[in-house]
Structures are given as structure tokens and as C-alpha cells.
Design a protein around this ligand. Structure first.
Ligand SMILES: Nc1c(NC[C@H](O)[C@H](O)[C@H](O)CO)[nH]c(=O)[nH]c1=O
Ligand SMILES: CC(=O)[C@@H](O)COP(=O)(O)O
Length: 168
């Protein structure tokens, strides 16, 4: 299903675990800052809506999306009490192949963090052909990917808790 066939901001609160003790981090890219701020706000608002406490949310900024893996890694090391981290970025195709390398690098970096470390890192990065596509997915006609990512963070945080519970 393509994003254009769904609303990224829609979630079922009833299906979520108790979130009041969850601690969530955001690492936010400053490139395309209007878009990434909207993504962050969408995620922040969704977390409060489902019961996460404002004081249990931490945010760091990085210069661009290519720096997201490093920022998330340092956040994992600095705040080992976090239940999940959301990596927020927006990469828009320009005239050159730079888009491909930024997207490949950040995607591999975030996947590596998920496979090699304990705190889950959620991929809240819009990788779009046009600014219009990014605007539509950060609080526009297709909803807000930040909200989708925040809900994913809650679900992965709970999966991590459940996994520790069942570990002998
Ligand atoms: N063009 C975009 C970038 N480029 C910057 C890189 O992410 C990186 O900060 C730079 O290459 C220095 O290492 N970043 C985005 O997040 N979005 C873009 O559209
Ligand atoms: C994703 C990018 O780095 C890109 O927006 C930069 O634009 P250009 O490819 O025209 O240098």
C-alpha cells in the first residue's frame, strides 16, 4: 500500500500498551528544517496523546540526515534508559546523485544500529522526489510520518520490554 492510500497520522490508541513510563528520544536533522520540525511535532504530539510524559522525551539536533546514525548512536550511549529513539530527517532529490548516497548511508547506518544495539531506532526519514511530497507527508494531505514513527517507537519499545521479560 502506498502512502497516498493511507493517512500516516491515524492510529488505534486502544491497541497500544501503557506508555506512561516510556522514555523516547528524538534525533532531528536540521536540513529542510521546516519539514523536520513538522515531523518532530507530529511525533511529539502523538506521544503525549497516547500517554507518554513530556519530561520523558528528549531531543537532539544534527546538521543533516547523513549525521542521524551518529547522533542516534551517541544518544543510545548517553541515555541508556531510553526505550526507543526516533531518527527524523528529510532528504529531497536535487540535481546530482548526492541524494542516493545520503539516503543509502543513513538507511544502512540506522539499520546497523537496530541490529547491533539494544535500543530500537525508528526510521522517520522522508526520502522524496519533490518538496511537495515531503510537505504532504509531514502534516499535509497524507498525514504526518512523525506520528506514524512515534507509534512505531511505542510498539518497538514494548516488544523490547516483552523480549527481556521472556529472556531466561
Ligand atoms: N541534501 C540534503 C542533505 N544533505 C546534507 C547531508 O545530510 C550531510 O549533512 C552533509 O553531507 C554533511 O555530512 N541532508 C538532508 O538531511 N536532506 C537533504 O535534502
Ligand atoms: C539530497 C541532497 O544532498 C541534495 O538535495 C543536494 O542537492 P544537489 O544534488 O543538487 O547538490
Amino acid at each position: 500500500m502506498a502512502t497516498s492510500e493511507k493517512n500516516l497520522s491515524v492510529y488505534n490508541k486502544e491497541s497500544l500498551p501503557n506508555c506512561k513510563d516510556m522514555k523516547i528520544g528524538f534525533v532531528v536533522s536540521e536540513w529542510n528544517e521546516d519539514i523536520t520540525q513538522n515531523l518532530f511535532q507530529g511525533g511529539f504530539d502523538a506521544l503525549l496523546d497516547v500517554g507518554v510524559l513530556k519530561e520523558n522525551i528528549v531531543r537532539w539536533n544534527v546538521p543533516g540526515s547523513f549525521e542521524l546514525p551518529y547522533g542516534c548512536k551517541k544518544m543510545q550511549e548517553s541515555f541508556d534508559m531510553l526505550d526507543a529513539i526516533v531518527a527524523v530527517g528529510n532528504v529531497i532529490q536535487g540535481e546530482t546523485k548526492h541524494f542516493d548516497f545520503v539516503c543509502q548511508g543513513l538507511t544502512q547506518g540506522i539499520m546497523d544500529l537496530n541490529l547491533k544495539s539494544d535500543i530500537p531506532v525508528i526510521f522517520c526519514v522522508l526520502t522524496d522526489n519533490t518538496r511537495a511530497q515531503s510537505e504532504a507527508r509531514s502534516g499535509g494531505v497524507h498525514g504526518n510520518k512523525g506520528a506514524e514513527a512515534a507509534i512505531a517507537a511505542i510498539k518497538m519499545a514494548q516488544l523490547r520490554k516483552d523480549a527481556k521479560f521472556y529472556k531466561i
